[in-house]
Design a binder for this molecule. Sequence first.
Ligand code: GDP
Length: 258
Amino acid sequence: MRQRQQSKDTKAKLAPKQKISYEKKTDPALTEYAVQSLNWLRQAEFLMSAPKLALCVEDTGYEIAFAGRSNAGKSSAINALTNQKQLARASKKPGRTQMINFFSLGNPDQRLVDLPGYGYAAVPEAMKIVWQKELENYLIHRKSLQGLVLLMDIRHPLQHFDLMMLEWAHSRHLFVHILLTKADKLNRGPANKTLLEVKQQLKKMKLDFSIQLFSSLNRIGLEELSSVMAGRLNYTLEQPSEFDLNEIPEVSETDIEE
Ligand code: GDP
């Protein structure tokens, strides 16, 4: 018995340690979709800025608006997503910070919209009220608006502005996809804990919205976001059909006999 135990121990010592992989298996089709979506989003081009709904680009096709309190990381997220360092700077040019900024995604009928960051200290109170009214107008009346990507700093989620946006979106039956930004600021444990807590709060409020971790700095969550964008904007993969009738060999009589 002792001998058997000993040989078992030696065997264990001699046996090469097997690495157990905890890596999550991803669906290859989904990954392909994410990669193509990212390539597609890289075609983003600045279209125009509008101070109010009446002056926006024509209300056709589909658009998704990015919203967040100022400093939530919205410009960095748009730049990371479109892989263009300067793109969202267009929205930050003097005079454009309080405007609705439109970007086409390879096609003027598929758009990303950068809404003004809420809470700029430099903006006088009266202007903030005017702007809030314009934002409300846009959110309520814009037909091509499919939904929102709402950005919240992971260290300060669900502030007053965020709750207001969630309520508006819910009342208009728009989807909301929440990004907990700057996820790199927290370790993985606390970041996942916050993710779970915010999910629970949404559930309590009976809001069926999607949410993910995001970091422009180390590119956490880019694929997930690009897939959501592509899916919601009706982007279809540009793949030639792999099925070609001419490629099928004709069946001969001998084939059937075999
Ligand atoms: P916006 O006002 O919402 O457009 O925010 P910005 O994109 O301008 O970002 C505000 C600040 O947060 C800047 O100093 C950025 O460098 C920083 N920031 C943005 N995204 C990230 C991120 O993913 N990680 C970290 N650590 N900082 C970020």
